[in-house]
Design a protein around this ligand. Structure first.
Ligand code: TMP
Length: 204
């Protein structure tokens, strides 16, 4: 029987520099002869990428937004994540359900219990094996986002919104110490890379 692949998720406030380090993790895993699939949320499928366009650019009711995040996620799991894990492929996703707790519960203040209910519906048996939380003081993440000339809807949110979502992520990390590794994203790229690869080694 093929061993199941591991599911690794990257989370954090916008501007924390996840993307660069995801590339590195993919190269590192490939150098270890591990088959790996890189993906992202919202998105990761043809339908999910269409929903991403709406989610990142159209204003909508926060509960509509939450439902669409989970609709995209359901498709992503069915079409990409589950088949890959079943074949023994590692899946590295730029965000997953923790982002809905952080952004829609923390940021937009949708009821926690509604998100829990959607999680229980959409993926009762799927949890990340490792979640890397890129943590950064909110002032620094906002300063980094100012260099971005085409910010999406979330990147234009207030400092208070970012503070709320950062705190939700830190709470999730405290609640799930075995799954979470907090990466201090306020260091040199080399130090962040070092910490990221160390965290990945713990699940190999
Ligand atoms: P990205 O900029 O990291 O690609 O993520 C897209 C944006 O979508 C980011 O601002 C966070 C937001 N988002 C949510 O609000 N809820 C979610 O469930 C997910 C997956 C992302």
């Amino acid at each position: 029987m093929t061993m199941k692949g591991k599911f690794i998720t990257f989370e954090g406030v916008d501007g924390a520099g996840k993307s660069t380090h995801i590339d590195e993790v993919i190269s590192f895993l490939e150098s270890q002869k591990i088959a790996v699939k890189r993906t992202r949320e919202p998105g990761g499928t043809k339908l999910g990428e269409k929903l991403r366009e709406l989610l990142l650019h159209d204003e909508m009711d926060p509960e509509t937004e939450t439902l669409l995040m989970f609709a995209a996620r359901r498709q992503h799991i069915a079409e990409v994540i589950k088949p890959a894990l079943d074949e023994g492929v590692f899946v590295v996703s730029d965000r997953f359900t923790d982002a809905t707790y952080a952004y829609q519960y923390g940021g937009k203040q949708v009821a926690y219990s509604k998100i829990e209910a959607l999680e229980a519906w959409v993926h009762p048996d799927l949890k990340a094996d490792l979640t890397l939380l890129f943590d950064l003081p909110v002032e620094i993440s906002i300063a980094r986002l100012k260099n971005n000339r085409a910010p999406d809807k979330f990147e234009k949110e207030s400092e208070a919104f970012f503070n709320r979502l950062r705190n939700v992520y830190l709470d999730l990390a405290r609640q799930h110490p075995n799954r979470y590794r907090i990466i201090n994203a306020n260091q040199t790229i080399e130090s962040v890379s070092h910490d990221v690869i160390e965290a990945i080694r713990t699940i190999l």
